[in-house]
Structure formats: structure tokens, C-alpha cells
Design a protein around this ligand. Structure first.
Ligand code: PKZ
Ligand code: F09
Length: 455
């Protein structure tokens, strides 16, 4: 029995039909050399027969004294969670993305462990795919990426590698299993509150500094007054997913030319894509868009729950010059990172909670609809830098599928793998009808920076 942290619980509270709170990943593989045509069907049979379901994949929600806990599901039904499916012909990436768009729109059953793995055959060119869906109250992007990486090997000859639901548990040195009693859960929560109280002085000091800085600097002040835009409307429950890879070497060359980080460049690509998308609808707000940028607080190799703080980043979408826009984004991100450098993870989480309080208040109550805290999520989850294989099948790409929410109809998350940066855009189907065009605008955003830098 394990209690959920307040951040993990938030994703349960926020969930509703038009706002499912699961995240996912789409992995694209090519058949191992010499594999038979029914390779994927054989693989499905093996996965059904050979493996167990281990934590967190065997954990379902239960409530004790009103407190949500993870408990082992004694009636686990693998057939419900693991599904073998086929794409309609001609089995192009377009059909695959349509499949993910539809599956990502469905809520999961809270009576069961909240995950699904879809093994997908019928793709062209001897490829197959795995779309994994898991509730955000169980993992964040970094823990999901760690799990996905642990099921893979850098050796194409390695066989017997498990699926994501039966990964070997990593023992943490010096950690004793705390047991599973309700008493342990209560003391754990009280301990957490003690730690939380200790964060008050630093968080208060940093908030005061923030307010003073916002008084002096208009670019900084903008962070706390996001404009309303077409992205920020009530959403429906159906999603559209668009994904594409971009060359990491090109992104690194832009970083070097401007003296910025990778994260700054991908953020600037998003800013440029949003600008073009909104300008084409004559809907670019005069004031700059503000992004919700998660920062990982995982201090070890853990794959447990959500450990993230958030930076509210000014995207400077009111700036015409692409190079200047990148430098301004870099400057704002540096400032935010400097602030967090002096804070503990608990302090960062509480500072984040206070800065996002108006958004959370609106999402939970529907009140204060005029206050827009941020316009879009931009999340960067780095992955393995060299080729990976799963039982001889080469991983060709790995795309994140995240969350759209009321008044935040678009989420731009990216991962990286083997020299590629892989964007996964998820949006409300009704609010953002031509979402796939953003993929071209991201490319244009990168090209614009290359040209401006003379590359
Ligand atoms: C679901 C089941 C799974 C199945 C399939 C799997 C799918 C795979 C997961 C999907 C997941 C979806 C679900 C999302 C749900 C959330 O999005 S939850 C929120 C998750 N996001 C986070 O936690 C944010 C994590 N990112 C961060 O903390 C920071 O942005 C970063 C990435 C560390 C960047 O920080 P920074 O200091 O501004 O940036 P930067 O200097 O650019 O980077 C630091 C270092 O990282 C490197 N780096 C940064 N970005 C990249 C990049 N994109 N590529 C390569 N290297 C990079 C830099 O080169 C640099 O390296 P060194 O020079 O130090 O060697
Ligand atoms: C105020 C709460 C905001 C929650 C945003 C969810 C973003 C999902 C990416 O991890």
C-alpha cells in the first residue's frame, strides 16, 4: 500500500471525460533481420505467455480514510491491458497517428491498474509499433523514458528482453522496503508535511524577489499575465496527435552559434511554430505567449511518480527577429534556472504550486475564467543517444504523447533518440483542426534560426 504524493493526486483530481490525464509514448520498430512475416503475431503470443506484471503495472487505486493509495490488483487481467491490434491498409504513418489519436482520447478504468500497451502490426516496410498509455499519477516524462529505456538493449543480439510491464526492479542502495501498512502510509504523509513546512522561508523569499523583479522588468512581468488566444478555450474529449523527427546535429549547431542550450533552441522552435500558426489565423496575441516548461527534479535513477517543478517561460512571440527571440528566451530561462539552483526539490515544488495556483484553481473549480496563467506546455524529455533494440528489433523512433487540458488545447512534448529530436504534439481535435501543419512550422522555425546565424 503506497500513498500518492500531492502532485500525483493532482492528476486524479483534474481528470474528466474531456480531459483524460494519461500520458503515452509511441515506439516505432523495424523487424529483426530474417524475421518471418508473422513475426508480430508470434511476439504477441510470447508477451502473453512468458511475462509477469510487476509494479507499478500491477497497482490499482484504492482509498483509505479518503487518502488515495496504490494497492496490488489481485484480479489483474493482462488481456485488458495488453492489446494486439492491426492498422488498416495501406499502413502508413498517417494511419498509425490516427490510431494513436483515437486511443489517446479514451479514459482508463480506475478500478484497474491504469495502463495499456497496444502492439500494432500492419505497418508498411516491415515495421511495427507499440503505443503505451499510463496515467500521469503513476509516472512523469522522465520516469516513463527511464522505463522505456530499461526494456531496450544496445545489442541487437540480446534476446529475452521483457515488456515494459515486467521490468526488473532496481534495488536502491541503502533503502529498506518501508512495508505496506496503513500506519506507514500515515507517517509518510506526516513526514512529508514536516518537510513542506521547512520550505516556507525560502519559498516566501523567492516569491518576494519574483514580485519585485516583475515590477521592474516588463518582459518578466508578462510571465504572470499570459494573453488569451485560440489555444486557450474549453476543449472536447477527442484528440489529434502529430509527430515528427528533427536532426539533433542541426539543433546543436544553432546552440553553438548563439551560445544557448538545446532546450532554449527547441523552445524557440515551438515559439516560432506557434507564431506562424496563430498569424495564419490572424490570431497572434499582441502580448507574448507564456509556456509551462517542466523541469525534472529526479535526483537519482528513480522511476517513481511525478518529480517535476515548472518554469513559466516567456516565448517572446511578439518579437519578429528569430535570433533575438532565441536570445530573449535563453535569458529568461537562465534567470528561472538560477532561481531554482539555490532551492531544494521540495522548495521548487512549493514555489511552482504557488505560481500555478490560479491555473489549478480554475481547472478544479471552473471559477476565475479570465485569468490565463500559461498558454501551452513545452516539455523536453531527453532519451538515449545511440541505437536501441528490443529482442533484435531496431527502435526507429520514440514519440511522446502527452496531455491537452481545458484552456490549454495544445501540448508540445519532445524526446530525443539516436541523433533525432522527436516531437509529439497532442491537441484538442476541435480547437486545433490543422495541428499537423505545426510540424512544418517547427522545421521552418529551425531553418529560420540557421539562416539568421549564417549556417
Ligand atoms: C509512457 C510509457 C513509455 C513508453 C514510450 C516512451 C516515450 C518516452 C516518454 C514519453 C513521455 C510522455 C509524457 C510526458 C509528460 C511530461 O511531459 S511530464 C514532464 C516531463 N518533463 C520533464 O521532467 C522535463 C525534463 N527536462 C528538464 O529537466 C530540462 O528541460 C532539461 C532537459 C534537463 C534541459 O535543461 P537545460 O539545463 O535547460 O538544458 P540543456 O542545457 O539544453 O540540457 C542539459 C543537458 O541535456 C542535454 N539535452 C537537453 N535536451 C536534450 C534533448 N532533447 N536531446 C538530447 N540531449 C538533450 C544537453 O545536451 C545537455 O547535455 P550536456 O551538455 O550537459 O552533456
Ligand atoms: C495547474 C496544473 C497544470 C497541469 C499541467 C499538466 C501538464 C502535463 C505535462 O506534464
Amino acid at each position: 500500500m503506497k500513498p500518492l504524493s500531492p502532485t500525483d493526486q493532482l492528476f486524479l483530481w483534474l481528470e474528466k471525460r474531456q480531459q483524460p490525464m494519461h500520458v503515452g509514448g509511441l515506439q516505432l520498430f523495424s523487424f529483426p533481420e530474417g524475421a518471418p512475416d508473422d513475426y508480430v503475431a508470434q511476439l504477441a503470443e510470447e508477451l502473453r505467455q512468458k511475462f509477469e506484471v510487476t509494479p507499478p503495472f500491477n497497482q490499482r487505486l484504492s482509498y483509505k480514510l479518503g487518502q488515495p493509495m496504490w494497492v496490488e490488483d489481485e484480479h489483474l487481467d493482462l488481456e485488458h491491458h495488453f492489446r494486439f491490434e492491426a492498422l488498416p491498409t495501406p499502413g502508413r504513418i498517417r494511419e498509425l497517428l490516427a490510431f494513436v489519436s483515437a486511443e489517446h482520447s479514451h479514459l482508463m478504468d480506475r478500478e484497474r491498474p491504469m495502463w495499456e500497451v497496444h502492439l500494432i502490426e500492419g505497418l508498411k516496410d516491415r515495421q511495427f509499433a507499440i503505443y503505451t498509455k499510463i496515467h500521469h499519477s503513476l509516472v512523469d516524462g522522465v520516469s516513463a523514458m527511464r522505463m522505456a529505456t530499461r526494456m531496450l538493449s544496445d545489442n541487437p543480439q540480446d534476446t529475452g528482453l521483457p515488456p515494459i510491464w515486467d521490468l526488473p526492479r532496481k534495488a536502491r542502495p541503502g533503502r529498506v522496503d518501508p512495508g505496506s501498512s496503513l500506519w506507514h502510509s500515515i507517517t509518510h504523509l506526516l513526514g512529508m508535511s514536516g518537510k513542506q513546512l521547512g520550505t516556507i522561508p525560502t519559498v516566501a523569499k523567492e516569491l518576494l524577489k519574483t514580485i519585485n523583479q516583475a515590477r521592474k522588468d516588463p518582459a518578466y512581468d508578462s510571465i504572470f499575465h499570459a494573453p488569451r488566444s485560440v489555444l486557450n478555450q474549453k476543449i472536447t474529449g477527442s484528440r489529434r496527435f502529430a509527430a515528427q523527427s528533427y536532426c539533433l546535429t542541426r539543433i546543436k549547431s544553432v546552440c553553438e552559434a548563439y551560445g544557448t542550450t538545446i532546450n532554449d533552441v527547441v523552445t524557440a522552435m515551438c515559439a516560432s511554430a506557434l507564431r506562424t500558426y496563430l498569424m495564419n489565423q490572424d490570431a497572434l496575441p499582441e502580448k507574448p505567449l507564456i509556456a509551462f516548461v517542466p523541469v525534472s527534479l529526479h535526483r537519482d535513477e528513480s522511476t517513481e511518480g511525478n518529480q517535476v517543478g515548472v518554469i513559466l517561460a516567456n516565448l517572446h512571440t511578439d518579437e519578429n527577429d528569430a535570433g533575438q527571440r532565441l536570445l530573449k528566451i535563453h535569458h529568461g530561462m537562465q534567470e528561472a534556472k538560477d532561481r531554482y539552483r539555490h532551492m531544494s526539490p521540495e522548495e521548487i515544488i512549493n514555489y511552482t504550486a504557488l505560481t500555478l495556483a490560479p491555473a489549478a484553481f480554475h481547472l478544479l473549480t471552473g471559477m476565475a475564467p479570465k485569468w490565463q496563467t500559461f498558454n501551452v506546455v513545452i516539455s523536453n524529455v531527453p532519451g538515449p543517444s545511440s541505437p536501441r533494440y528490443w529482442n533484435g528489433a531496431k527502435l526507429e523512433g520514440m514519440y511522446p504523447v502527452s496531455i491537452a487540458m481545458d484552456r490549454m488545447a495544445l501540448n508540445m512534448t519532445l524526446t530525443s533518440y539516436n541523433g533525432q529530436v522527436e516531437f509529439g504534439l497532442i491537441g484538442c481535435r476541435r480547437t486545433l483542426p490543422s495541428l499537423q501543419r505545426m510540424l512544418d512550422y517547427l522545421e521552418d522555425g529551425l531553418a529560420e534560426l540557421e539562416i539568421a546565424a549564417g549556417l
